[in-house]
Design a protein around this ligand. Structure first.
Ligand code: GLN
Length: 188
């Protein structure tokens, strides 16, 4: 069985664990440094939540460097919503970036206030339409050469892949579709 570390300091980590458990993997909640150093994991999930809060907590809990080191050493990672923002190499109109391992520019709260939350069905890579739930979501404003676009909604990029890193601006863990999690596990 594969073991997936799920960053569990804030946000929708429980929902990710419920999805992953349906796909027959072990989940390890990552809350402190020794959760990462003391265990062998095969992949990482960075959930949605509030990127400023998660970014602050991973620094305070000494998780920042171990997470960045693992990802830079090709650990497969799935970042959803705030997790996308954590992985973005650039955040539009914001100076502080977080793990910054992916060659994308994210725009936070990109849908404005009126469209704070919405749901739609769009194609995800070659896998057909899947339900996508957006909650105060970012989108990807631009991507570097090595990045593959996996999904768009209204011409904005909402999912992308760069080598071992996958990001979605929507919440696959809040739907009943296991497509994105399965896609991620197939990378491992
Ligand atoms: N708006 C949040 C942020 O900027 C992301 C929202 C989410 O993860 N659902 O971090």
């Amino acid at each position: 069985k594969k073991t997936i570390g799920v960053l569990s300091v804030q946000g929708a980590f429980e929902e990710h664990i419920k999805m992953l458990e349906q796909l027959d993997v072990n989940c390890l909640e990552i809350r402190k440094k020794t959760d990462l150093t003391g265990h062998t994991i095969d992949g990482l999930v960075l959930p949605g939540g509030e990127s400023t809060v998660i970014g602050k907590l991973i620094r305070e809990l000494d998780l920042f460097t171990p997470l960045k080191t693992l990802i830079e050493a090709d650990m497969p990672v799935l970042g959803t919503c705030a997790g996308l923002i954590l992985l973005a190499g650039r955040i539009a109109d914001v100076e502080t970036i977080h793990l910054g391992t992916m060659d994308i520019t994210a725009r936070r709260n990109a849908y404005g206030r009126q469209l704070g939350s919405f749901q739609t069905d769009e194609a995800f890579d070659a896998l057909g339409k899947i339900p996508m739930v957006f909650i105060r979501a970012p989108y990807i404003e631009s991507v570097g050469e090595k990045v593959e676009v996996l999904a768009r909604v209204d011409n904005h990029i909402v999912a992308a892949k760069q080598d071992h890193m996958i990001v979605t601006s929507f919440h696959p863990e809040l739907t009943n579709s296991l497509t994105v999690h399965r896609y991620f596990l197939n990378l491992i």
